[in-house]
Design a protein around this ligand. Structure first.
Ligand SMILES: *Cc1c(COP(=O)(O)O)cnc(C)c1O
Length: 428
């Protein structure tokens, strides 16, 4: 499509956008009485207006029913999490039995590593991306440390990072595949962020998963920036496991519950170790208080504790909204709006004497909704200017502004207006 940097054109795109009406389903913070242009949905999604009713329902059931709410609520609490199986499986491309919700992201990745990282003296290496999200780095190190006493392995040797080539901002698929090949029979696990949090690069999960399996490793994905943002086909890609948080693109509220995927092929594998709890026990027999653990045959079998229903309520509100829209419509809008943002950035760059570059891949198949802009000049002061003028973006050291237009609530007009504010900011 040929874009134009005019208000009229942006408004015209909004009129044609079938998802435009969803902007009004969200609550926007205000700066100087005006609703902000919100580009940090990759960090904490906005609150949907419908969420409060889901939370109120639980509060009311608790008030009116107390313990009886477990079985007699509008949505009974004892199996509340099962309401996610269907809609969430569509979001991540899985069978309903392959997904569950519980805990938080890093906790779930640790639990999944209990099952899928079982190092031996000869096969103990983990492949991850260079500069992985810090929580993931600490997780890898502590997992290796945990096994180091028995195996004498060290994390400096066990953790193999895939590097960017000199002068390049993104990791090449060929380099990932070559590294998997090179580590070969020493490779126990590949665990990479499906969408890189810093650059917004999307990895070819299907190809990488197949390559990991070929050398006999397990392959899992941290989908913090991918769930609710990109098309996922976890079952067909044959990923062993994955986990994501729900508070970024899934708009479920600060620090909220995670989701995970465990491929069907592992559901009945009794040899796979796991940390167990009563919520993963045979559902029909859970309240018989039996001594021997009999796991549910599915991702729910990895559950441990009874679930925080007040956290799940906003997550369910969000998942219901995604189900109403469908990932295909969301992705179509995402690509259009991200391309429009890219266009506007290039236009402003031409109009003013600035110096920045977009480090996110320009190929739409290798990116999702985020554009990361590397500033060569002013940096922090420009970020502050944007904040003061109602544009909420995200600052990352040393000099990167991350912009995530979110198809559910960013309009084309927002993007146009952002361009005008950016231009004024560079010129001020
Ligand atoms: C946001 C994010 C996390 C956050 O982990 P929590 O356990 O939810 O705090 C982890 N990994 C990646 C890649 C992230 O982007």
């Amino acid at each position: 499509m040929i874009f134009e940097n005019t208000l009229e054109f942006a408004k015209h795109l909004d009129l044609q956008d079938p998802l435009h009406k969803y902007q009004d389903e969200f609550i926007f913070p205000k700066v100087q009485g005006k609703k902000v242009i919100y580009f940090t949905g990759n960090s904490l999604g906005l609150q949907p207006k419908r969420t409060k009713a889901y939370v109120d329902e639980v509060m009311n059931d608790w008030a009116n029913l107390a313990v009886e709410g477990h079985f007699y609520s509008e949505k009974p609490w004892w199996d509340y999490h099962e309401r996610f199986a269907d809609p969430l499986s569509k979001i991540v491309g899985a069978l309903p039995s392959e997904v569950t919700v519980m805990n938080t992201l890093t906790v779930n990745l640790h639990l999944l590593m209990v099952s899928f990282y079982q190092p031996t003296q000869t096969r103990y290496k983990i492949i991850c991306e260079e500069k992985a999200f810090p929580s993931d780095q600490y997780m890898f190190q502590s997992q290796v440390d945990f096994h180091s006493q028995n195996l004498g392995i060290q994390f400096e040797d066990a953790i193999v990072e895939i590097k960017r080539r000199d002068g390049e901002h993104n990791i090449r698929l060929e380099d990932v595949l070559a590294k998997i090949e090179e580590v070969g029979d020493e490779l126990a696990l590949v665990l990479i962020g499906g969408v890189n949090y810093y650059t917004g690069q999307v990895f070819d999960m299907k190809t990488i998963t197949a390559a990991g399996h070929k050398v006999g490793a397990y392959v899992g994905w941290d989908l913090a920036h991918a769930a609710g943002n990109i098309k996922l086909e976890l079952h067909d890609w044959n990923a062993d496991f994955a986990a994501w948080c729900s508070y970024k693109y899934m708009n479920s509220g600060p620090g909220n519950a995670s989701g995970c995927f465990i491929h069907k092929k592992h559901h009945n594998n009794a040899a796979l170790p796991r940390f167990a709890g009563w919520w993963g026990h045979n559902k029909e027999r859970r309240f018989k208080m039996e001594q021997t653990f009999d796991p549910i045959q599915g991702a729910d079998g990895w559950q441990i504790s009874n679930l925080p229903i007040l956290s799940l309520a906003p997550y369910l509100a969000s998942v219901d909204m995604f189900d109403e829209i469908g990932m295909d419509a969301l992705i179509q809008k995402r690509d259009a709006i991200t391309s429009y943002l890219e266009f506007i950035l290039h236009e402003i760059d031409k109009e003013v004497d600035s110096s920045f570059e977009i480090i996110t891949p320009s190929n739409p198949t290798e990116r999702a909704s985020q554009l990361s802009v590397l500033l060569h000049g002013e940096g922090r002061s420009l970020f502050d200017y944007l904040m003061q003028n109602g544009v909420i973006t995200d600052w990352r050291e040393p000099n990167v502004i991350r912009l995530a237009p979110v198809p559910l609530y960013t309009s084309f007009e927002d993007i146009y207006q952002f361009g005008q504010i950016l231009k004024a900011g560079i010129q001020s």
